[in-house]
Write a protein that binds this ligand. Structure first.
Ligand code: NAG
Ligand code: NAG
Ligand code: NAG
Ligand code: NAG
Ligand code: ZN
Length: 311
């Protein structure tokens, strides 16, 4: 029995050596870092809150970290920031929705891709996850002119040549994240019902199955994805690798207060409510934030003017 165990271990070790650069999922290891909301006097999180991440993961003290506050009067318009081409975002997904101890995450098939938007090559999707506040209060990671939104969704992509996030993170532009802000709306957004219903099954770290949803169902309509901010930053959880191309969309996703609050029922592995799952904003340190021109809107303004002129 013991020898089989040793054999398995060795096997795992060698497999790890060859493959495992990809085995590490982005939000592991579960025990090594915490959000501020996990504070308790007797807690294993002491020294592992966001302000101290840099002690264990030196990259978290780097000079090009995320999230940041975007000051809209300081952004620079750039005509290279054309609309993205999103492939497979309309596909109905069938996969695991995971409470990984830090957030909820859904792994995405690599057939989902993003192109254009001044990306030099296509990037394939890995997963999406969310950051939120407490009972629908402020909870986004990025802020715009100091405003923190109740929730933020990150759709994580890597260059097609890589197999996983940790490989891509070594490349200066290996990772591209699309970020979407949520806004409170008086009525419920029915398209989120399957996801929100599934939360009940993963209150504690575990996984459930989510089917019949597509990214298009969650995101603002494609016409509304032409306006976005672009800057170079990092992963917002340890190990905070830099080399992430960030695109943050201006158009928001509406959810009701109750829908937003339902995420606060989730629990961290320590039993605390999974709330305020965001990293505080980091200094820009001279980085420029760019802004797309919002082509589609410009075009429709022109055609509107044309209509007026021609009638
Ligand atoms: C667009 O891409 C080029 C080439 O990678 C890069 O040098 C430039 O900084 C990018 N512009 C923006 C606004 O991201
Ligand atoms: C952490 O950062 C290093 C260096 O960028 C990288 O080699 C490693 O794979 C990263 N781990 C993850 C999980 O991204
Ligand atoms: C939650 O779990 C129950 C029982 O395991 C199952 O019947 C139900 O379909 C699950 N709901 C969702 C939304 O996954
Ligand atoms: C999205 O686009 C539609 C029309 O295409 C427009 O009516 C709506 O106001 C837009 N929403 C946002 C949040 O920009
Ligand atoms: Zn994130």
């Amino acid at each position: 029995m013991l020898s089989i165990y040793i054999l398995l271990c060795l096997c795992h070790f060698f497999v790890s050596l060859t493959l495992c650069r990809c085995e590490v999922t982005p939000h592991q290891p579960i025990k090594l870092w915490c959000y501020q909301s996990q504070f308790r006097c007797d807690h294993t999180c002491t020294g592992k809150f966001p302000d101290s991440w840099g002690k264990l993961h030196h990259q978290c003290s780097g000079g090009a970290q995320s999230p940041v506050n975007i000051v809209t009067r300081s952004v620079q318009r750039d005509e290279h920031l054309i609309p993205f081409k999103l492939t497979g975002y309309e596909k109905k997904l069938h996969g695991h929705l995971i409470n990984n101890g830090h957030t909820i995450q859904m792994d995405l098939p690599s057939s989902l891709k993003i192109e254009r938007g001044n990306l030099t090559v296509p990037y394939k999707a890995l997963q999406f996850h969310l950051h939120w506040g407490k009972n629908g209060g402020p909870g986004s990671e990025h802020t715009i002119d100091g405003e923190q939104f109740p929730m933020e969704m990150h759709v994580v992509h890597i260059k097609e040549e890589y197999d996983c996030l940790s490989q891509a993170a070594k490349d200066g532009t290996g990772v591209a994240v699309l970020g979407f802000f949520f806004q409170e709306h008086p009525s419920a957004n029915k398209k989120f019902d399957p996801l929100i219903d599934a939360l009940k099954n993963i209150t504690y770290p575990s996984k459930t199955t989510l089917r019949g949803v597509s990214l298009d169902m969650f995101l603002p309509s494609r016409d509304n994805l032409t306006k976005y901010f672009r800057y170079d930053g990092s992963l917002t959880t340890p190990n905070c690798s830099e080399g992430v191309v960030w695109s943050l969309f201006e158009s928001t996703i509406p959810l009701s207060k109750e829908q937003l609050a339902s995420f606060s029922q989730l629990r961290f592995s320590d039993g605390n409510h999974m709330v305020n799952t965001y990293r505080p904003v980091q200094p820009l340190n001279g980085r420029q934030v760019y802004y797309s021109r919002g082509h589609a809107v410009l075009i429709s303004t022109y055609s509107y003017a044309f209509c007026i002129l021609s009638t």
